[in-house]
Design a protein around this ligand. Structure first.
Ligand code: HEC
Length: 102
């Protein structure tokens, strides 16, 4: 098989990652409910309670960047920091993929 065909197959199968870790939207959907995000940000991130931000449909790069800022404490928020500290890198990528697809 020619090298270019192999590279194309790897790219399609997701084995060659873009700089941003490619997330699994289905796993993100489960995590979104299991980790309680839905309780504040609402169904699909689009029906938040109170004046909390709607996050469904925002770019994956934005979601993962903001979650990582909450994890590191660079973005200081007493509600979101404990939520984000319970996430690992895969959770962040999966949640970002799920939310961006809403
Ligand atoms: C108890 C309520 C609550 C829960 C649960 C919660 N969030 Fe949040 N979230 C907030 C609030 C409030 C903000 C706004 C924080 C601020 O003003 O800095 C926010 C902000 C965010 C932002 C940044 C949005 C923006 O426009 O800047 C993202 C992304 C986010 N949350 C994702 C999540 C994810 C993913 C989960 C589940 C792991 C989650 N949140 C769970 C309340 C919550």
């Amino acid at each position: 098989m020619r090298t270019s065909a192999i590279i194309a197959m790897l790219a399609l199968s997701g084995l060659i990652n873009t700089p941003l870790q490619a997330g699994d939207a289905a796993a993100g959907a489960s995590a979104y409910n299991a980790k309680g995000c839905v309780g504040c940000h609402g169904a699909a991130g689009k029906k938040p309670i109170a004046n909390y931000p709607a996050i469904g449909g925002k770019p994956a790069e934005f979601i993962s960047a903001e979650l990582n800022k909450f994890r590191s404490g660079e973005r200081n928020n007493p509600i979101m920091m404990p939520m984000a500290k319970g996430l690992n890198d895969a959770d962040v990528a999966n949640l970002a993929a799920y939310l961006a697809a809403q």
